[in-house]
Design a protein around this ligand. Structure first.
Ligand SMILES: [Zn+2]
Ligand SMILES: [Zn+2]
Length: 272
């Protein structure tokens, strides 16, 4: 699988000289299977650039998965070029435990917030309730319920015995959380790569308990306990500068020297 990160920022997009290195787009990643299946997770502002790339490469069959429908995970959708093209076949999968993807997307594409309604788009779109485990092409996708306000899913992608886990908007140590720390560790076990939300430092977390996000050290410990060799932290706080993120990575690497730990950045790619 080829993984490309298009948006790695949390909560709201940012653009300034201090965030150039890691980027300012909100959550969007693209997974391409070895046979060319396109699987996108989340439609944060990063999906805008991905859309142009898919159009240029003539990719018409697209799968789009939603972890949840908080703004930073859907707000790029109205600017995703393929939805305005007739030959696009867009299969959308999202949790439907509170509200489904069709409703969530139509709420933001309605007057007076947006001039074009979801139902008038030229692309062929199908909306599917997300199962716990399902397959797209050759890729097996397992899901887990994250600890986050509003129903949110994390994902494990497996193809050719290689796997990676994408858990964003997740508080691993949430009090009275929907999923326990051990259940997350079991879910991640054996993965080649873990990409996990680490919006906060330990100090910042003290005032953000219950907000549904984790810290650098919490997720490094989780990676260690689950036996994952490589960790990438994402959902960078919108106030975190490149320097601040790099300093936090340096700090966590000191405590976990055996692990490859790095910060996710817009445009980064990884073959799993
Ligand atoms: Zn988010
Ligand atoms: Zn969220």
């Amino acid at each position: 699988m080829l993984l490309t990160l298009y948006g790695t920022r949390g909560s709201v997009p940012v653009s300034n000289k201090d965030t150039k290195k890691h980027g300012g787009n909100t959550t969007c990643i693209c997974v391409e299977s070895s046979s060319g299946d396109v699987i996108i997770v989340d439609a944060g502002t990063g999906i805008r650039v991905l859309g142009r790339s898919l159009i240029t490469r003539g990719k018409h069959e697209i799968n789009l998965l939603f972890s949840h429908y908080h703004w930073d995970h859907i707000q790029g959708f109205p600017f995703f070029g393929p939805i305005f093209m007739k030959d696009t076949d867009l299969r959308i999968f999202g949790p439907a435990d509170e509200v489904g993807a069709e409703k969530a997307l139509s709420y933001q594409m309605t007057m007076p917030y947006f001039p074009t309604g979801l139902s008038t788009l030229p692309a062929k779109m199908t909306f599917n309730k997300m199962k716990k485990t399902f397959t797209l092409g050759d890729v097996k996708i397992e899901t887990i319920v994250n600890n986050h306000p509003n129903h949110t899913r994390g994902f494990k992608f497996t193809e050719n015995k290689k796997s990676f886990v994408f858990l964003t908007d997740n508080e691993v140590h949430a009090k009275n959380g929907k999923t326990s720390y051990k259940e997350f560790a079991d879910f991640i076990k054996g993965a080649d790569l873990l990409i996990h939300d680490a919006q906060y430092t330990e100090d910042e977390y003290k005032t953000k308990i219950g907000w549904g996000h984790s810290t650098y050290h919490q997720v490094a410990k989780l990676a260690q306990d689950a036996g994952v060799k490589e960790l990438m932290v994402t959902h960078h706080d919108h106030f975190s500068s490149d320097k601040f993120i790099d300093r936090n990575i340096k700090d966590v690497r000191k405590k976990y020297p055996k692990y490859k730990i790095e910060a996710a950045a817009d445009g980064k790619t990884r073959r799993v």
